[in-house]
Design a protein. Structure first.
Length: 409
């Protein structure tokens, strides 16, 4: 029996299905079809001939295209998510930094944005326990195909572009948070302030499986500086069952030893396989949706989603004569019930009702309704007295207000 249109991808291709000359070496990149992809029962299926599978990159927003919170944040001295989505700064007593979504990128490779860490207050002599990292965390339920904890565990390849002022060795670490295991790899910035492409191979992990849930199971860490507590041993380039701090970041240079230092990366890709593939570019709407699972910017008068002052936000309802209530759908189903993140201050919201204007300081962040919507109340009503059930129009009354829903790992 023949097939009308495209042959189903689950059905193996046979010689009768392939016209002479239609598949040539020029159309199949080296390493695209490996021995493991061909067996006596399945043959070569259409998804294997089409190239590398979609979403092979474990990293979300590896090209730094999405920056919902802001495009630049200065005076960073503590942990947090600041600009490019999914990228968290881990910082303990290691200088002061400005992080930005930068347009400084390697030329000719399709990238438009990078994440830049600019040292603004140096720390040339960090304490032994000091540390600064740029990291991303991954849900265990997205990692089951890696087969960790089995004899069929898959090797991981990390590839990325880097441009650092400080030359020398930098460490990248994978942490198995479910089993308290870790492995480290190194790369070298050879020429100061020059884009260089790097790859690091991490071995398969045959013991300790990832939990199949929405919690943090794997962490990818770019080390920018580390005290001697983390550098005095021998670098652990194989998975270690018990993490020894002294063996984690051996050889790491101090990217915080001068205010002239920048640490820039883009094109970060972590994938299963034996060799790095070209970076997987996703449409911006797809990347944004993936990021919004962890953080959704609902309203903003700063950053990339800029609003002017006194922009309309939503319709609210007087709940009990002393506060207003809103319920809002989120742009996507989030990883877990989100918490409310907003700018703190006074008079950020203006409520228009029955010809009366009332100022509020924001929302109190309670009453979260679920994974895909929020239910919140205004706070700081400045003596507001209303009537239960009356509707009002809420507007931003300050150019510095930001409201988001966070379900970060």
């Amino acid at each position: 029996m023949g097939y009308v249109g495209a042959k189903p991808s689950a059905v193996p291709l046979t010689s009768a299905d392939i016209t002479d000359g239609i598949i040539t070496s020029a159309k199949i990149a080296d390493g695209t079809i490996a021995n493991a992809d061909i067996n006596s029962t399945a043959g070569i299926t259409l998804n294997k001939l089409s190239g590398n599978p979609s979403f092979r990159n474990i990293v979300i927003n590896g090209d730094m295209q999405v920056a919902q919170r802001s495009t630049s944040v200065a005076s960073i001295t503590a942990d947090g998510y600041y600009t490019c989505d999914r990228w968290n700064v881990g910082l303990g007593s290691f200088g002061t930094w400005t992080q930005s979504q930068s347009t400084d990128v390697p030329s000719g490779y399709g990238f438009a944005k990078s994440i830049k860490m600019d040292c603004t207050t140096a720390q040339a002599s960090p304490a032994s326990s000091s540390l600064i990292v740029l990291e991303q965390k991954f849900e265990g339920q997205n990692l089951q195909y890696l087969r960790f904890g089995t004899a069929n565990a898959r090797q991981l390849i990390l590839s990325f572009w880097c441009k650092h002022t400080k030359t020398g060795t930098n460490i990248v670490e994978l942490i198995d948070a479910d089993n308290s295991d870790a492995v480290s790899g190194s790369y070298t910035q050879s020429v100061s302030n020059t884009w260089e492409f790097k790859t690091i191979t991490f071995p398969a992990k045959t013991s300790g499986a990832f939990d199949n849930d929405n919690a943090s199971s794997l962490r990818l860490r770019f080390i920018m500086g580390a005290g001697t507590d983390f550098t005095s041993g021998t670098l652990a380039t194989t998975w270690i069952d018990t993490i020894v701090n002294a063996n984690r970041y051996v050889g790491q240079v101090n990217n915080a030893d001068s205010t002239s230092n920048d640490f820039i990366i883009t094109g970060v890709q972590l994938e299963a396989g034996t060799s790095a593939t070209d970076f997987e570019f996703l449409p911006i709407d797809v990347s944004l949706g993936r990021c919004q699972r962890y953080y959704a910017q609902l309203y903003s008068s700063v950053g990339t989603s800029a609003y002017s002052s006194t922009v309309d936000l939503c319709v609210a309802t007087d709940y009990d004569g002393s506060q207003l209530f809103i319920m809002k759908d989120l742009p996507t189903t989030m990883r877990t019930i989100p918490s409310i993140v907003q700018t703190t201050g006074t008079n950020f919201l203006l409520a228009l009702r029955n010809g009366t204007n009332d100022n509020f300081d924001g929302f109190n962040g309670t009453g979260n309704a679920g994974y895909d919507n929020i239910a919140i109340f205004t706070s700081g009503g400045e003596g507001y007295t209303g009537t239960s059930g009356v509707s009002a129009r809420l507007r931003v009354n300050n150019t510095g207000y930001r409201l988001g829903a966070s379900a970060e790992l």
